[in-house]
Design a protein around this ligand. Structure first.
Ligand code: GLY
Length: 402
C-alpha cells in the first residue's frame, strides 16, 4: 500500500470509529432519556394513584390488596404492614411532596408498636422497609430507636444450635420452620449492627445466611421454600414448600428473596461467598427456559400449566431491584446482563399489561401478583410488596444507571 493510500485508509478507519462511537452514544443517550421519562411518568402516576389507595384505607389499618372489586386492609401485625409506608417514602423521595411524607408518618405512628413483636421473623420487612427508609430520608433519631428495638425483637428468634432465625412458630406441620424469605429480614440486623455498638445483630444475620447457603439450595442454585429444623440438635428434618407448586419446584418469589438477600448481604459484609451465591441464583433465574421474554415470571418456575400459568409481578419487581444492585458489584458483560434484564422487567411492569389505569385497581400500581396459590389466597391481585419493590427498582435505576 502506498503512503497516500495508507493515509486515506487510516482516515477512513478513524472516521468510522468516530461515527460508531457517536451513534453508540446517541443510542445510549436516547435510551437514557426514554428510561428517565419512564421513571418520571411512573412516579407522577404513583403520586396520584396512591391518593386513591389512601382514601380506601382506614386510618388505623394498612392496605393489603384489592380483590373482587373491594379494597382489603390489614392490621399492623400482618407481615406486609411496612410496605405501604415504605412505598410512600419512595414516592416522597422522588417527588419531595410534603403531603406524601405526612401520610407516611401517620402510618409509621400506627406501626410503631410492632417493634416489640417477637412472634414471627417478618419484623425485618415490616420495620426496615418503613422505618429504615424513614430514617434514611429524615434522620429522625426516634426512627433509629424503633429500628434498633425491632432488631432486638427479631434477634430473640435466633436458634443457636441450628444457627438460624426461626421464621414461623412451630405447628403440627413443622418443628422449626425457616423459609427463604427470611433472608430479607437480615438487612435490618446488618443495619442495626452498623448503626449501634451491638455486633451480635450482624453475627446472627451472617450465621443465618451461612446456614441457609448450606441447607436451602439445590445443586442448580434454586431454593427450597422451607427447611424444617430440629432446634435442639440443629438437624434438618425436611425440605419443602408452602407457597410453591411442589416441594422440589422453584417458587418464583422465593428465588427473588434469595437473590435480593445474598446481594444485600454482600453489600454489608463484602463476603464473596454471598456475592457468588447471588450470581448463581441470578443465573438460575435469567437462564431458566421457563422465564418468559418479558421477564415477568410465572408464579412458580415449575407451575404445571406453563405457558398458561399466572404471572407474578411481585417476584419480577424483587428481581429487578436485586439485579440492579448486583450490577453494582459486577462488571462488563455480566453487569450489562443484569441491568438489561432489570430494564426489561421495569419496561414490562410499566406497560398497560401489568400497570393499572389511574383510579382503578383499588389505587395500587401493579396488577397480577400471586400471594399463595396453593392456599387460593391473593391470586392474580395487586400486592403492596409488588408496588414497593417496583418503586425501589425505579429509584435504583435512576440513582445508579442514568
Ligand atoms: N411470605 C412472604 C411471601 O409471600 O413472599
Amino acid at each position: 500500500m502506498g503512503i497516500i493510500k495508507m493515509k486515506v485508509f487510516y482516515q477512513i478507519m478513524v472516521l468510522s470509529f468516530c461515527c460508531i462511537s457517536v451513534f453508540a452514544q446517541k443510542d445510549n443517550g436516547k435510551d437514557r432519556i426514554a428510561m428517565k421519562k419512564m421513571i418520571q411518568e411512573n412516579f407522577e402516576f404513583a403520586e396520584k394513584q396512591y391518593q386513591y389507595l389512601e382514601k380506601a384505607t382506614p386510618f388505623d389499618s394498612m392496605p393489603k390488596t384489592f380483590q373482587n372489586n373491594h379494597n382489603v386492609s390489614s392490621d399492623v401485625y400482618w407481615w406486609c404492614s411496612g410496605f405501604y409506608p415504605g412505598s410512600l417514602l419512595y414516592i416522597y423521595e422522588y417527588t419531595k411532596k410534603p403531603l406524601i411524607l405526612d401520610e407516611a408518618k401517620k402510618k409509621l405512628a400506627i406501626l410503631d408498636t410492632v417493634k416489640y413483636y417477637t412472634k414471627l421473623h417478618d419484623i425485618g420487612f415490616m420495620m426496615y422497609c418503613s422505618f429504615g427508609n424513614a430514617y434514611r430520608l429524615t434522620k429522625n433519631e426516634e426512627y433509629k430507636k424503633v429500628i434498633l428495638e425491632s432488631s432486638k425483637s427479631l434477634a430473640t428468634r435466633y436458634r443457636p444450635e441450628a444457627k438460624v432465625i426461626q421464621s414461623w412458630e412451630a405447628s403440627k406441620d413443622y418443628a422449626g420452620p425457616v423459609i427463604i424469605d427470611n433472608m430479607m429480614n437480615l438487612e435490618m440486623l446488618e443495619w442495626a449492627s452498623q448503626n449501634s455498638a451491638d455486633k451480635s445483630f450482624a453475627n446472627i444475620a451472617e450465621s443465618h445466611a451461612d446456614t441457609t447457603i448450606k441447607n436451602h439450595f439445590r445443586p442448580d442454585y434454586s431454593s427450597y421454600h422451607l427447611v424444617d429444623y430440629d432446634f435442639n440438635s440443629g438437624n434438618v428434618l425436611k425440605k419443602g414448600t408452602v407457597q410453591g407448586f411442589s416441594d422440589p419446584s422453584a417458587w418464583s418469589r422465593g428465588q427473588g428473596w434469595a437473590l435480593y438477600g445474598y446481594t444485600m448481604m454482600y453489600r454489608f459484609t463484602k463476603n464473596t461467598a454471598y456475592l457468588n451465591q447471588a450470581q448463581h441464583i441470578a443465573k438460575f433465574i435469567l437462564n431458566n427456559p421457563n422465564l418468559p421474554a418479558d421477564k415477568i415470571p410465572y408464579w412458580d418456575f415449575d407451575a404445571p400449566n406453563i405457558p398458561n400459568a399466572l404471572r407474578d409481578a411481585s417476584a419480577a419487581a424483587v428481581y429487578a431491584s436485586a439485579l440492579l444492585e448486583l450490577g453494582q458489584y459486577t462488571s462488563g458483560k455480566e453487569k450489562q446482563n443484569y441491568v438489561d434484564a432489570a430494564k426489561t422487567i421495569l419496561v414490562s411492569l410499566s406497560s398497560p399489561k401489568y400497570r393499572a389505569q389511574l383510579g382503578a385497581n383499588g389505587g395500587y400500581l401493579l396488577l397480577h401478583s400471586v400471594g399463595s396459590l396453593p392456599h387460593k389466597s391473593e391470586v392474580d391481585v395487586p400486592l403492596t410488596y409488588a408496588d414497593y419493590y417496583f418503586l425501589e427498582a425505579l429509584l435504583r435505576y435512576k440513582k445508579w444507571y442514568l
